[in-house]
Each structure stands twice: as structure tokens, then as C-alpha cells.
Design a protein around this ligand. Sequence first.
Ligand code: CTP
Ligand code: MG
Length: 247
Amino acid sequence: MREKHPGSLFITMTNAKMKITAVIPAGGSGRRMQSSKAKQYLLLQGIPLLVHTLRTFQESPVIGDIVLVVPAADVDRIQSDIVDAFAMTKIRRVVAGGKERQDSVRNGLAVLPADCEIVLIHDAARPFVSPALIEKAVDGALREGAVAVGVRARDTVKQCDGAGRVIDTLDREQIWMAQTPQAFRRVTIVAAHQKAQEDNFYGTDDAALVERMGIPVIMIDSIPDNIKITTTEDLAWAEHQFSTRKL
Ligand code: CTP
Ligand code: MG
């Protein structure tokens, strides 16, 4: 049962309205894309990749606010070129990213609105995120406290050394590939990032930082197309997907 208020989920038992903020890390340089422009600004269907992602959050009834993290040199420009130009009214803050993705996310968490209780983190480079997937992640965080979307392994997974020699064959039934969105109670994700910084620990996703605190993270089935645009081939594939979808 859902209310229509932006940024609130109706919780049947308590009538409480939880404020939900999306943190969108777009502070990378897209090295693997090998383009002169950072990949989040490359055009897809004539508009920056980043805008496709942001639009889904802007239009999601469960998202109240958006914190956008961009490369330090772009902060001022993004306010006019993205936030104003595309009427992204939910973007409350545009902040400078850091060296690693984890540093960028932490900078975003540092400026969360005071009343935010649930934080959803989503890579700018995944423009196929759907409204339903966002809602599933938010619902999961409300229920479980910490969730990540992902896909179950289809192939057999081999753990290997640097020379490709197999060390172990993992139990495929237990293997998931994690993506974003990942959603958490605010207190949990803020504490996890703080602890990681104290320990100088770098993980490859936000959930890993929560896991190392001993807090359970629950995986949620993703949707088939929620890929991260990494290479020029991904961009070409995305262009094709959008052209067939949005006709
Ligand atoms: N990101 C970020 N700050 C960084 C690095 C990455 O906010 N210091 C963001 C990217 O902009 C992207 C998301 O995190 O939206 C996922 O990172 P990735 O796909 O690895 O993007 P890049 O780091 O930009 O690409 P590459 O690794 O090829 O350089
Ligand atoms: Mg990267």
C-alpha cells in the first residue's frame, strides 16, 4: 500500500513516513571507456547518460531527494548543465567526488538531508534502472535494513590464481553478482563508511562495507538489463536498447 507523497512509503503498521534519499555517484573518469569525455556525460539518445539515470530517480514516487556526486572540477557546471537544464528538482546537493568510488559515496553521505532515514546508492553508469527495481530495493531496506540487487550466477564459477589455474569451483547456487541499487538504513551505511575510512579499507561495493561490520545484507533479484556502462561496446548496446524501447 503506497501513498502518493514523493519520497515516502506508507508503512501499514506504523503509519510512519520514511524519508528516502538517493546518492548517485557520478564522480569517475570512465577510464575503460577510453573517451576524452567522462563516460557519464557521453550522449545516449542525444542526452547525457547520467540524465537517463537521474530521470528515473526524479520520477520515482519513493525517492524524496537526490544527492549527486560528480568530479570536483564539474560541480558548478553540473548545477546549470544538468540540474537546471533537465529540471532535476529532487537534486538537493551536487558535491565533489573523491579518488575512488567509495570516497565519492562517502562525500555524498556527508551531505544527506537531516531527515533522511533510508539511503539508496546507485551508480550513474547504470541507466537501465527501473522504477520497480528502485521500489524493491527501498522496500527491502525498510524490511531488512541492508539490501543489494544482483543477478544469480548462470555459469559455473571458478576461483583462479593469477595464471588462470583453478583454485576452487564455487557452489553456483550460492553465487550472486552484485549491482546497484543498494539500499540501507542511514545509520548503518554511514557507520559502515566511517569504519571503512578509519580502517583504510576499500571494498568494491557499499554492501561489502556493511558486511564487514557483521550486519546482514540481503540480495534481491535484479532486472536483466541493469548493466553498468563500462566500454564503448556497452554504450553501443545501450544506444540500441534505448532506441528500441522508447519508440
Ligand atoms: N565513481 C565515482 N567516483 C570515483 C569513481 C567512480 O563516483 N572516484 C562512479 C562512476 O562515475 C560510476 C560509478 O561510480 O557512475 C561506478 O564506477 P565505474 O563504472 O567504475 O566508473 P569509472 O570509475 O568512471 O570507470 P573506470 O573504472 O572505467 O575508470
Ligand atoms: Mg571505476
